[in-house]
Ligand binder design. Sequence first.
Ligand SMILES: Cc1ncc(C[n+]2csc(CCOP(=O)(O)OP(=O)(O)O)c2C)c(N)n1
Ligand SMILES: [Mg+2]
Length: 417
Amino acid sequence: MNENIDQLCVNTIRVLSMDAVQKANSGHPGAPMGLAPSAYILWTRFLRHNPRNPSWPDRDRFVLSAGHGSMLLYSMLHLTGYDLPLEEIKRFRQWGSRTPGHPERELTPGVETTTGPLGQGFGNGVGIAIAEAYLAARYNRPQFEIVNHFTYGIVSDGDLMEGVAAEAASLAGHLKLGKLIYLYDNNHISLAASTDLTFTEDCAKRFEAYGWHTQTVDDGNDLNAIDQAVRAGRSETNRPSLILVRTHIGYGSPGKQDTFEAHGSPLGEEEVKRTKKNLGWPTEESFFIPENALAHFREAVGKGERAESEWKERFSAYTQKFPDLAKELELALGGVLPDGWDTAIPSFPADAKGVATRAASGKVLNALAPKLPTLIGGSADLNPSTFTVLQKLGDFESPQREFKDSQGSAGEDWSYA
Ligand SMILES: Cc1ncc(C[n+]2csc(CCOP(=O)(O)OP(=O)(O)O)c2C)c(N)n1
Ligand SMILES: [Mg+2]
């Protein structure tokens, strides 16, 4: 029975995504169809989220780096009960809809970050995991873990080809971001061809070299194997995880599976019918969602509300015990500047010689930083030149960092736990 409902739910994701692309007569059906089992396992068994409140601060984050596969994300949001009705799914890629071709933050509830340029979502996810690690280190206290969430992502061949993903992966490994878990849609197909043509490196070895924990799932339809791999990724707290899942683009489509034709075009009316038949789906109706599958997905609503209200209780106990910290965090989360944030900003009397803007900027930053604990910046290894270092506030580093011959940066070393 459980196996049946699991399979029904997986195929619901496939068909809903395929139908929406077909109705729009444009879009990318193949990735959602191949990734449906991975998304199903992640969203129904692991992702701690509240569809009724997509901005609950301690929710797990989900990043679809392969933004072209947007229908996968919209299917998950609709099915698990976000404010994204079926009408919006039917308006996929239409002007003014909340379901644009690539996901956009602040337009669609539940979309954490805008994606589309390959590699960039990968980098955003690393940034999101850095934010989590920093907030946890600053605000958690023994017995009061008020920041504790995972960042999950789905990345594709194209994402791993991009240089920006390599840079972000290197940093994530260095920082030992153990709560970052990416599933790699290893389907051997990209936009124009098979990846054999250009991309044959050993990604697992590359990510191991970056300091990631890597695992391989040989069959992207094996729900148990995906479940086990995510579980193992979560238990690995010192390294980010890459799970290489061997999937099949356009899975279920007799004519288009495993071809680049399933990447960026609708399957076509006839092929949609053949695929539905192959998956045991009614062939005439579009956007058919079996009631029991929907009910199963919608369990996310109750679970999410409970998870958030438990967190609220914990946060309220924390507020009693650590009122100053709680206030500081609430202001930061609300984007509100604390009283007196600008009192130490120096004034710069008119000066014929002028002052370099980077020198003035450095002084202002250092006047602000002690009052704004969530102000974190970076520089392209340039801080002595751009004066972006925050004096005496140290560097964001893993607590496990090995201090071999490090002199720290131009600030004082300070680790995040
Ligand atoms: C930086 C960048 N270059 C090129 C593109 C155009 N593009 C969109 S998807 C894609 C490749 C798709 O291959 P893959 O990532 O494996 O996705 P799949 O076909 O498996 O769904 C390309 C080249 C892009 N979106 N971003
Ligand atoms: Mg691919």
